[in-house]
Design a protein around this ligand. Structure first.
Ligand SMILES: Cc1cc2nc3c(=O)[nH]c(=O)nc-3n(C[C@H](O)[C@H](O)[C@H](O)COP(=O)(O)O)c2cc1C
Length: 324
């Protein structure tokens, strides 16, 4: 399949693996890229520019296909060394960057000069237009369904994607709730030129996370995610568990008085315990509603090959069939 996204990133299939905290290590990115998609290393998970440079080098040992790095701009007090991370990406010869969170304008000139293509993840049409106006090459349009941070507008992809298609000139991929060939074909129909998946890629053989995480996703239904941190305007869609229900109880009790410090135990520094050690009740971890569509743990190649083969059947047989 050829779209502006496959052309832009030099990939075989229009499928991107979104950056994921404590999941986006070299093993994950390389597996997706080797299967013909665009794998993404999560920059902030690595911690320092040196460690990111090392992860990029490890990924290059595992694949000769293009892969990218995610740079998430968080509203934190102790800002990560963004200039150092940008330098590690450019020096490492990486040609694709997925930015997310705050406006990436500060880093765009460096990436432009180095010929790095930037796809910015946005949860609204207005942010997508902003990304286009500051010079991003593409957008990942992330609907309300998504795992992680859906923003505060709560617009699902059935509305968000056609709205984005009506307004944007640069190409975009559909993100949030994407799991299979149906997701891809529907996204293409709504104007996207590919799809970005997060949660689906965690439940794969190569995802470098504890087996408990994969099993939890397979066991979960579409009813098992919750929105946390809404009162802080930092909404995150997570898998429900003991810690999340405790967190929500605090939100109900404290109402408008809730502060980040009140929920620090449930959200701060919990990812290594969950993703690496498999302690599934350690805290809140991002997960999409799409868990309800995930029933297996294939290899990335099986997953992507299956999606592409079935997408072709859907388009050539089911959709074309309706016209006769
Ligand atoms: C466990 C997990 C961690 C994530 N961490 C990040 C992150 O650090 N930066 C980021 O931009 N997006 C992050 N995301 C969002 C994904 O990149 C992607 O946009 C999202 O998962 C898409 O929705 P889906 O899960 O329904 O496919 C994370 C998602 C998950 C499930």
């Amino acid at each position: 399949m050829k779209t502006r996204i496959t052309e832009m990133f030099g990939i075989e299939h229009p499928i991107i693996q979104g950056g994921m905290h404590y999941v986006g290590f070299a093993e994950m990115a390389a597996a997706v890229s080797n299967a013909g998609g665009l794998g993404i290393i999560t920059g902030l998970t690595q911690g320092t520019p040196e460690k990111l440079a090392n992860e990029i080098a490890r990924c290059k040992d595992m694949t000769d296909k293009p892969f990218g790095v995610n740079l998430t701009f968080l509203p934190t007090v102790n800002a990560p060394d963004y200039p150092g991370l940008v330098k590690a990406i450019i020096d490492g010869g990486v040609k694709a960057v997925e930015t997310a969170g705050n406006n990436p304008a500060q880093v765009l000139p460096f990436f432009k000069d180095a010929g790095v293509k930037v796809i910015h993840k946005c949860t609204s049409v207005r942010h997508s237009l902003k990304a286009q106006s500051i010079g991003c090459d593409a957008v990942s349009v992330d609907g309300f369904e998504c795992g992680g941070h859906p923003g505060e507008d709560d617009i699902p992809n059935m509305i968000l994607l056609p709205r984005a298609a009506d307004e944007l000139e640069i190409p975009f991929v559909a993100s949030g709730g994407m799991a299979d060939a149906r997701s891809l074909v529907a996204s293409l129909a709504m104007g996207a030129e590919g799809m970005n998946m997060g949660t689906r890629f965690i439940a794969t053989q190569e995802a470098p996370v504890h087996e408990n995480v994969k099993k939890a996703i397979v066991a979960a239904s579409e009813l098992d995610t919750r929105l946390v941190m809404r009162p802080l305007r930092n909404t995150e869609r997570v898998m429900t568990n003991e810690a999340v229900e405790r967190l929500l109880e605090k939100e109900r009790k404290l109402g408008a008085d809730l502060k980040f410090e009140d929920i620090i135990e449930e959200v701060a520094g919990v990812y290594p315990r969950i993703m690496s050690e498999g302690d599934m009740d350690a805290g809140a971890w991002s997960c999409g509603m799409v868990a309800g569509l995930i029933n297996d743990i294939p290899t990335c190649k099986e997953l992507i090959d299956g999606i592409m083969a079935e997408a072709e059947t859907l388009i050539r047989q089911r959709l074309t069939g309706f016209l006769n």
